[in-house]
Design a protein around this ligand. Sequence first.
Ligand code: ATP
Ligand code: MG
Ligand code: MG
Ligand code: MG
Length: 474
Amino acid sequence: MTSKEIREAFLTFFKSKSHQIVPSAPVVVKNDPTLMFTNAGMNQFKELFLGEAQPKYARVADTQRCLRVSGKHNDLEEVGIDTYHHTLFEMLGNWSFGDYFKKEAISWAWELLTAVYGLDKDRLYVTIFEGDESEGLPKDVEARDFWKDLIAEDRILLGNKKDNFWEMGETGPCGPCSEIHYDMRPDEERRQTPGQALVNADHPQVIEIWNLVFMQFNRLKSGKLEPLPAKHVDTGMGFERLVRAIQGKTSNYDTDVFQPTIQFIAERSGIAYGADEKTDIAMRVLSDHIRAVSFAIADGQLPSNNKAGYVIRRILRRAVRYAYTFLDFKNPFIHELVPLLAKQFEGVFDGLAQQQSFVQKVILEEEVSFLRTLTTGIQRFENYAIDHADVDGEFAFELFDTYGFPIDLTELLAREKGLKVDMEGFQGALQKQKERSRAATAIDTGDWVVVAPEEDEETAFVGYDYLEASTRLV
Ligand code: ATP
Ligand code: MG
Ligand code: MG
Ligand code: MG
């Protein structure tokens, strides 16, 4: 099955179970102070779960574009390094608003995965909530009993509150969840070590595919749980992971979701995908980040210097740095990937094709300006290298702070000239900067300062770069 067919089969399946297929919400969230970007399929239904709005349909399904690059779910640092976390991904979901509950959600999930998609039953594992006495949360015996009719008992695993209990916030709707995992290791390896111990253990071949959340309680301010009058189902399945499982690949990037983009990058860089770990990571980062940046722009969030805009700018700059450092793209290149994506998402998320030239133009401008900064920084480095035997920490920090050089890039340049970088000095300078900015924030929040909107737009929000500085490019 192609990825297009897999997506269609999901929607057709739930349509046949009387679900209304609804469009994805934009990935950019404009009127929720608690959320910058849509990070799960359920976001657009939040008011329904809180009882603040009435559902139009009792059963809906969709594919939602999600972005997990800030806040509670931030997967950015994993992206490209691992093969199953993306910045932007599609979450396939089905919902019941006070209609069906655990039995149907579980049996339909099983039917879809095994009968429609033909996934191997011997590779599937499910988890159910084990309960938490200290919080008065019961074990989810109902979910376990429904699963028992479908799957061998030793494949039903108990999960803790972190993985198997969902809460919207400190108060409000919450409930146990049941996750479905797929073991994609070769037969031989599976015979030697059973998959049970590898579920939820960050194993790159034993991965979570689908999460079924059963909202059945309401948590009160006192911490007490009361049963919800109407129970809901909220599910989310990672589309790219599902495609990988069905297509039998060992990486999401080997599926037809990412390969067209990766092959294009390989062709243009003259480097084959698979030739080297570092260039592979760079190609994965590019093929992933272009999706996040393109959809954010198409959905109305331009790169800028603060808040959501800065998150997008940072993702784009991260892509530029990988392209520049490891794939030798010294001229703007990333914007050329947009038409490929627009074509790929035709009939799914049409907004990108409609705004293709605008999105490309914005990305090109960002690339030009960031590459200029990088080039100036490299010039600065060349001059420095003439009369310095090594790179001191303060200078490495200047490159980082003023020219946006991750420490890897500085090390790479230094290595080419046979210089060593004073890493301790760099970390020290970074630490000092962090303390300075923390102190500055402390003063800010202690004052009542009215900031004019234009001024606010111009204020560089530097927090995220400092978070990234301590981590490495690869
Ligand atoms: P993981 O444990 O792998 O980080 P999760 O438990 O954080 O996933 P959920 O919040 O349960 O994920 O989201 C539902 C589904 O969305 C997951 O089962 C997974 O298939 C998919 N998913 C979650 N995060 C990502 C991501 N960053 N990239 C691609 N798919 C993802
Ligand atoms: Mg996660
Ligand atoms: Mg998980
Ligand atoms: Mg999960």
